[in-house]
Structure formats: structure tokens, C-alpha cells
Design a protein around this ligand. Structure first.
Ligand SMILES: CC(C)(COP(=O)(O)OP(=O)(O)OC[C@H]1O[C@@H](n2cnc3c(N)ncnc32)[C@H](O)[C@@H]1OP(=O)(O)O)[C@@H](O)C(=O)NCCC(=O)NCCS
Length: 166
């Protein structure tokens, strides 16, 4: 239902993305740098996975395992002392899996001019004590942007699942 420009899913009693969305800041240290003086890609991937897992577990209230990461793109480098701003949210929840979208921006301490440096999608599966998949709560998009991400997530999942068959 469209009400005053806001999508409301009245029949789906799910949690809104805002309930588990996260914004986190990290300052790049010397030990994070490679020989070129820019942030290690692996360090960024570690930070992304940690934040995405926190979001997945907040939404599902279950232990979650990283199943796959896709469309991870290093758009621009980050440098020493840069502040990295991680913004992530659940895009969609299915039966036992969720997709988390994360965007990372960076700015130097002095300039404060934001650069979009990384984006990625993570798929997590909620698991029980034996590591078997378990069901997750539904997600209910509220804003127009969340609704768009919700629909697009299903298309990406279809492509990923098609990849399983190859
Ligand atoms: C994650 C794990 C528990 C999934 O177990 P599995 O037996 O392969 O699970 P299933 O085949 O039942 O699929 C589980 C979910 O993943 C989804 N899935 C499987 N392949 C997928 C793909 N290519 N793209 C998107 N989703 C996929 C399934 O659709 C299902 O989601 P749904 O219930 O919401 O429909 C298992 O693969 C595992 O333990 N992997 C190792 C995880 C790990 O060590 N991660 C790193 C550290 S956390």
C-alpha cells in the first residue's frame, strides 16, 4: 500500500530495516596500510564482514554464517587517518537467509569531504547449534528506498541461485 509516498506492507508483520541498520565509524591506522600507503583490501573485507554479521544477527536474533559476498567493489582507496563510515542494512529476508547491503564512505580528518569508496552485498544464513539453517523473521520495507532495495534483492538472489545450478 502506498501512503503519502511511504510503502506500508500491512499483511507482512516483519521488522523494518531501521531496527537493525547500522552506521559505524573507523579511523584508518598505520597498521591497516599496504606498501602503497592505502588501506589493505583484506582489512576492509574483515571490517565489512564484521559489520554485516552484526546487522544480520540483530535482525534475525540468531547466529548467522556468511554464505557469500558479491558485487564487492573497491571504488577508491582510503589513506591513513581517514575516517571510514560504514552504513548497512538488511535489504531482504527469505526463509533462512538475509541480504545485507553495505556502503562505505571515507573522509580525511581535515577536509570532511565524503568519498564513496566501497559497496558490497552479503548473504548470511541463520543457523542452529548444529550449524543447520533455521528460519528468520521477515523484513518489512517502510520507505521508498527500502522498498526498491527489497525488490532488487530478490532479483540478485535469483541470479545467485541460478549460479548454483551451473
Ligand atoms: C551457510 C550454510 C549453513 C548453509 O547450509 P546449506 O546446507 O548449504 O544450506 P541450504 O542449501 O539449505 O541453503 C541455506 C540458505 O542459503 C540460500 N542459498 C544457497 N545458495 C545460495 C546462493 N548461491 N545465493 C543465495 N542464497 C543461497 C538458500 O536459498 C537458503 O536460503 P533460504 O532458506 O532463505 O531460501 C553452510 O553452507 C555453511 O555452513 N557454510 C559455511 C559458512 C562459513 O563457514 N562462513 C564463514 C564464517 S561465518
Amino acid at each position: 500500500m502506498l501512503s503519502k509516498g511511504v510503502f506500508v506492507y500491512s499483511k507482512t508483520p516483519g521488522k523494518p530495516p531501521s531496527a537493525s541498520a547500522l552506521r559505524k565509524t573507523y579511523q584508518v591506522m598505520r597498521s591497516d596500510l599496504n606498501i602503497k600507503g592505502t588501506l589493505y583490501g583484506g582489512r576492509m573485507m574483515y571490517l565489512l564482514d564484521e559489520i554485516a554479521a552484526t546487522i544480520a544477527e540483530k535482525h534475525t536474533e540468531k547466529v548467522c554464517a556468511t554464505l557469500l559476498v558479491d558485487q564487492l567493489k573497491f571504488i577508491a582507496p582510503a589513506y591513513r587517518d581517514d575516517f571510514l563510515i560504514f552504513e548497512g542494512a538488511v535489504n531482504r529476508a527469505w526463509n533462512s537467509s538475509v541480504e545485507i547491503g553495505i556502503k562505505v564512505s571515507a573522509h580525511a580528518p581535515k577536509t570532511r569531504k565524503l568519498r564513496h569508496i566501497v559497496s558490497a552485498y552479503f548473504t548470511f544464513v541463520a543457523v542452529d547449534e548444529s550449524g543447520r539453517p533455521v528460519s528468520v523473521p521477515p523484513l518489512t520495507p517502510v520507505t521508498q528506498a527500502e522498498h526498491k532495495r527489497y525488490l532488487e534483492a530478490d532479483e540478485r538472489r535469483a541470479q545467485r541461485l541460478a549460479g548454483n545450478k551451473k
